[in-house]
Structure formats: structure tokens, C-alpha cells
Write a protein that binds this ligand. Structure first.
Ligand SMILES: [Zn+2]
Length: 237
């Protein structure tokens, strides 16, 4: 095999290791993200519950103002009752009073319902807070364990990167530039073994003359069809 190709294959192997290290690190970072997301959801639930309590409390305050007004109306009706004399006047005040009382009864009923609603919402809010606190506590251990794995993965990635860079330094400059260019379009597998008479990546036939040169190690050539750099696996006899 062409000696430059040997070095290039070495580089490709290191690049594959680096890619695996990258993927392992990404998977760990995704775990952290998922824990963050869980907390964010829990915090959102607490905020929503608090808002529901605030809204319902505001509504209850409005009902209280209304109740206060109808109570005053009722008081006024009672006071008028003391002053009126004729049956007609009495009947009119009675009608007003009845109306005020029936509205008052209805509003009081609404107020009670609202109070029940608020205690339900407050209970739900406390539950959401408790769940969030529980989640935070449960995450402490998980995050500690993930953090250890993250540091290991970062070290492995750093080591893979150092090895990759030193392998890259061994490769002929022009060939390395070609390899890097190909890699940006074809990901990591850009130095590919011949598969019989064909390119091992796209299986397009490689002319015999060029194949022999590649086998002899006198030519570094690319597949005419897909562009990968071709090499011949040593035949062990
Ligand atoms: Zn090809």
C-alpha cells in the first residue's frame, strides 16, 4: 500500500474514534437537557397554579364588592319599610327587598363556590410545589452521576482529538487537504477499500489499469463516481 495511504487510514480511524467520543458526549449533554426540561416544566406548573389562584382570588374580591352593594340595598329597603305607610308603598318596598334578597342569596352562593374553587386551586398549587421540590431533590443524585460521566466523556474526547491531530500531522499535506475537503461532504468514511474490481463505497467499477496501480501502491486515486479515496487491502497469502 502507498505509505501515505497507510497514514491516511490511520487518521480516518482516529477521526472515527473522535466522532464516537463526540456522540457519547452529546448523548450525556442531552440527558442534562432533559433534566433541565423536567425542572422547567415543574416550574411552569407551579407558576400556572399560582396564577390560577391569583385570578380566582381577584374574582372573589369582585364578588365581595357586589355582595357589599346588595347588602346596602337590603339595608336601605329595610329602613324604607319603617317609613312607608300605605299598602301600595309597602308592596313596592317588599318587591324591591325580595329582589335584593334573592340576588344576594345567589351572589352568596357564587361566593361560596368561588371560595371552594380557591381552596382547590391552592391545594393543587401546593401539590405542584411539592412535586417540584421532590424533582429537584431526585435530580441532585442524577446530576452528580451524569456530571462524572460528562467529565470522563470530555476527557475521552480531548484525548481522541489530540490523537487525531497528531495523526493528521503525519499525513502528506495535499492528501490531507483532499481528505478534509471530502470529509465535510461525506462525513467520516472517505478513504475506502476496493471491493474486488469496484469502489467499496458506491460499487462503480474501477478500470483495471488504475486498480493495479492502487494495488501496487504507486497511485493514490479517487473513485470517478463518488469521489472517495481508494486503497487496496493487503492480500494476506
Ligand atoms: Zn465510488
Amino acid at each position: 500500500m502507498h505509505p501515505d495511504l497507510v497514514k491516511l487510514l490511520e487518521l480516518q480511524a482516529k477521526d472515527r474514534t473522535l466522532l464516537e467520543a463526540d456522540q457519547a458526549l452529546d448523548a450525556i449533554l442531552a440527558e442534562v437537557e432533559s433534566l433541565d426540561q423536567q425542572l422547567a416544566d415543574g416550574e411552569k406548573a407551579v407558576a400556572q397554579a399560582a396564577k390560577a389562584v391569583a385570578d380566582a382570588s381577584r374574582r372573589r374580591a369582585e364578588l365581595e364588592t357586589k355582595l357589599e352593594n346588595f347588602r346596602k340595598l337590603e339595608e336601605r329597603g329595610k329602613a324604607r319599610m319603617e317609613q312607608v305607610r300605605t299598602p301600595k308603598e309597602i308592596a313596592a318596598v317588599m318587591t324591591e327587598l325580595d329582589l335584593a334578597r334573592s340576588i344576594l342569596a345567589k351572589e352568596e352562593g357564587d361566593w361560596m363556590k368561588q371560595a371552594d374553587l380557591i381552596s382547590g386551586l391552592e391545594a393543587a398549587g401546593k401539590e405542584a410545589e411539592a412535586r417540584l421540590a421532590q424533582m429537584r431533590e431526585a435530580q441532585v443524585e442524577a446530576r452528580g452521576e451524569i456530571d462524572l460521566r460528562r467529565r470522563e466523556a470530555e476527557n475521552r474526547r480531548q484525548a481522541a482529538l489530540t490523537e487525531r491531530d497528531s495523526a493528521a500531522g503525519e499525513v502528506n499535506r495535499a492528501l490531507r487537504a483532499r481528505y478534509e475537503r471530502l470529509r465535510t461532504v461525506k462525513s467520516v468514511r472517505v478513504v475506502v477499500a476496493l471491493n474486488g474490481a469496484s469502489c467499496g463505497a458506491c460499487f462503480t467499477q474501477v478500470p483495471l489499469n488504475r486498480r493495479s496501480q492502487i494495488r501496487a501502491g504507486t497511485l493514490i486515486d479517487a473513485c470517478e463516481s463518488c469521489g472517495v479515496i481508494l486503497y487496496a487491502e493487503e492480500i494476506v497469502e
